[in-house]
Design a protein around this ligand. Structure first.
Ligand code: CMP
Length: 156
């Protein structure tokens, strides 16, 4: 998985090609606050098709692997603790220009800066507990989707 972390870093500025899939998680704060249904409604109403989905809980180890690219950041421990604190919904979404359109739909990382009507503006708690994750590149969307789903769990 360290290999994946390095790939995630190196492809961050290389998202020039449109893709039709992205990866998301509804995070423990939004699950705990009862927002799964509303968030999934907003996602599908925006034209995304769910091609894989599971209700699951990350161990601290798996959360640490998923966010290994942030391991040097001061908030890494907090992030891993939060992401393994309760159940999440993980999903792969399909739509033209999926990565970019989904990041527009969810809004800025910090909900205080997220545009009105975005998922984070509607449901996030704070920058650390920000309701949803969205892949930041086509390459990371593929890596993150494969982290959570086997090929047989994806239905096009
Ligand atoms: P996400 O898009 O899932 O990817 C990395 C996460 O790190 C991000 O959402 C935030 O939840 C978290 N994060 C980013 N910046 C900070 C910060 N300054 N303090 C705490 N958490 C942060």
């Amino acid at each position: 998985m360290y290999f994946c972390a390095r790939i995630k870093k190196s492809h961050k500025k290389n998202n020039t090609m449109a893709s039709n899939r992205t990866f998301t998680m509804i995070k423990p704060d939004a699950v705990k606050n009862g927002h799964i249904g509303a968030i999934l409604n907003q996602i599908t109403a925006a034209g995304f098709k769910i091609v894989a989905m599971k209700y699951t809980k990350l161990s601290a180890g798996k959360a640490g692997e998923f966010y290994a690219v942030h391991s040097e950041r001061p908030f890494y421990g907090e992030l891993v603790g939060f992401m393994s604190s309760g159940p999440i919904v993980a999903a792969i979404l399909e739509k033209d220009n999926a990565v970019e359109d989904f990041r527009t739909l969810i809004g800025a990382t910090n909900p205080a800066e997220a545009a009105e009507g975005t998922i984070r503006a509607n449901y996030a708690t704070n920058i650390g507990e920000n309701a949803v994750h969205g892949s930041d590149s086509n390459e990371n969307a593929a890596i993150e989707g494969s982290f959570h789903f086997a090929g047989v769990e994806v239905f096009a």
